[in-house]
Design a binder for this molecule. Structure first.
Ligand code: OAD
Length: 238
């Protein structure tokens, strides 16, 4: 005999998250005052040229980030996005290299800029392994090349872009959260949201987002309080 199915909202939510969603977990953003790029030269620590010039400096930069990541926890904003999966099909496209969305419980997370808890061969980008400790100068891939963080650096291709564009093109609701929308091609993804009925943008210092067909509703709050408000709205509209 057929069973009664629990109600499922078929509207698809796609989330585009950035460093701001992890700020309240204690991870620094990049471009805020005292952010990561204030104390570091991007070309030194986040480019293939910087790695070729001084690999140890680059490895140490990411070793510190990785150590810190292992000490922090997802915050309420991550948690509410995970809870929302009980009500809506959700895909997260994150620019973040942390694993806080996964730890909160979201199942479909696409990392546009790579993952801190993975390492790859500096020669063969397809040799990627889980890596939760420091990467040191004596950590070599089976072919004898230095391992490096599995991070997309400036000047490198963004291999997951097409998949992300495809996901956001199917979204009925888009939530942009905690990103300055300064870095392309990630920031350009919003233009692929051609089917979306609503685009929400949670950020205490929101950037201007132009979308060709619909206006973006800005919630100028921190990720946690902004997500609390949006969560209630999205649940009450089911
Ligand atoms: P940014 O540092 O550029 O922007 C962080 C955003 O988070 C800003 O708009 C802040 O206003 C906002 N923010 C700060 N605190 C917040 C809070 N508590 N709640 C919500 N939002 C808050 O970081 P991204 O936009 O993620 O790339 O940067 C994009 C890319 O640039 C990163 O993925 C990284 C970086 O260079 C690579 O390393 C390849």
């Amino acid at each position: 005999m057929p069973k009664i199915q629990s109600p499922v909202n078929m509207k698809k939510i796609v989330v585009l998250s950035g460093a701001g969603i992890s700020a309240e977990s204690g991870i620094k953003t990049f471009r805020d005052a005292h952010g990561l790029w204030e104390g570091h030269d991007i070309t030194e620590v986040a480019s293939p040229e910087g790695f070729a010039k001084n690999p140890e400096l680059v490895l140490n930069f990411y070793n510190l980030r990785r150590r810190q990541l292992l000490e922090v926890q997802p915050n309420l904003a991550h948690q509410l996005l995970a809870d929302l999966e009980q009500y809506y099909p959700i895909n997260i496209i994150t620019q973040n290299v942390d694993d806080l969305h996964e730890r909160a419980g979201n199942k479909n997370v696409l990392h546009l800029h790579g993952e801190l808890l993975k390492a790859r061969s500096s020669k063969n980008e397809n040799y990627v392994v889980e890596w939760h400790s420091d990467i040191n100068m004596n950590n070599l891939c089976p072919d004898g090349y230095l391992m490096r963080p599995h991070i997309v650096w400036f000047g490198e291709a963004v291999p997951e872009f097409d998949r992300a564009a495809d996901l956001i093109s199917q979204a009925d609701i888009v939530i942009v959260i905690g990103t300055s929308m300064q870095v392309y091609p990630a920031a350009g993804l919003i233009q692929y949201a051609t089917k979306a009925e609503n685009i929400f943008y949670i950020d205490p210092k929101p950037a201007y987002i132009h979308h060709t067909t619909i206006s973006v509703e800005t919630i100028a709050e921190k990720a946690t309080t902004g997500m609390e408000k949006l969560f209630k709205r999205l649940i009450s509209s089911i």
